[in-house]
Ligand binder design. Structure first.
Ligand code: GLN
Length: 283
């Protein structure tokens, strides 16, 4: 499915995206999927600002998701804060893709950076570059609440129907099980978005979803699912950049360091990951 029909299928066409500090006017552009920020000006002391476009894949809460028609999440806030502190660059707009299409969108210049909870892997490093890591994750085995099937390891998935999002590290764990003969190909359902996999899990169409731990926790909070076990994969998320875009990579790395140093990173972690159960009244 191409991006346009994908977005239309989601009913996200025309969704107004807002950038920090810029109010979207709500008018849909020709593509109907993005809203350009009105130029914020403030080019500091006449330095040339390079406008960049960020790509993401909503449906990966709390990193990126649609809320009341608006793209929000930890990655959205973090990248915006990082670019604000990245010398010479301004974030022009966000573009939405299926997760599995983001790398191609980057290498074909549709976008300039990926902010999508994307794990830095050797395989991906063959085609794109990454900034320094900004988040750690492992994989979780997500099952229905009250299910008698409580897998404790990947091997326990044998004979069961498994789901994951296309193009993810969760999918590659499943692919390994298929390659080694533990799981049948027909027992794997690939989904364009994790929320669809979780719905199929709740409906009993599949038995387990393999998904990043922080996102699994969000589904546990909001849906009728629980984590039966975690698989220690030691993943780290980075922002993706083109391999020939070392200037942007260095600028984003400086920006990442700056948001860590000035407390913004800690504030955003608090904002998006403070557990819903434990109230944190800020005074
Ligand atoms: N971290 C996982 C990966 O990089 C999943 C990312 C996602 O689904 N947005 O494959």
């Amino acid at each position: 499915m191409d991006r346009r029909s994908y977005l239309e299928a989601l009913g996200a066409s025309g969704a107004a995206l807002t950038l920090a500090g810029c109010t979207s006017t709500g008018g849909s552009d020709s593509g109907g999927t993005t809203t350009e920020s009105t130029t914020t000006g403030s080019t500091t002391s006449g330095t040339q600002q390079t406008q960049i476009v960020a790509g993401t894949a909503p449906g990966f809460q709390p990193f990126e998701m649609m809320q009341d028609g608006e793209l929000v999440g930890f990655d959205v806030d973090l990248l915006e804060a990082v670019v604000e502190r990245a010398d010479g660059y301004t974030l022009q707009r966000w573009e939405q893709y299926e997760f599995g299409s983001l790398i191609q969108a980057l290498t074909t210049d549709k976008i300039d950076t990926i902010a999508a909870g994307m794990t830095i892997t050797e395989k991906r490093k063959e085609s794109i570059g990454f900034t320094n890591p900004y988040w750690d994750a492992n994989q979780a085995l997500l099952v229905r609440e009250g299910s008698s099937f409580q897998p404790q390891s990947l091997e326990d998935l044998a004979g069961h129907t498994v789901g994951a999002q296309s193009g993810t590290t969760g999918e590659s764990l499943i692919q390994d099980l298929i390659d080694e003969g533990t799981l049948k190909q027909s027992n794997y359902n690939a989904y364009p978005k994790y929320p669809l996999a979780v719905s199929d899990l709740e409906n009993g169409n599949i038995d387990v979803v393999v998904i990043d731990t922080p996102v699994a926790e969000t589904f546990v909070d909001n849906r009728d699912v629980v984590v039966s076990a975690t698989v220690d994969t030691g993943e780290q998320y980075g922002f993706g950049v083109r391999q020939n875009d070392g200037d942007l990579e260095s600028a984003l790395n400086s920006g990442l360091q700056a948001v860590r140093d000035d407390g913004t990173y800690a504030d955003l972690t608090e904002k998006w990951f403070a557990s819903g159960g434990t109230t944190t009244t800020s005074e």
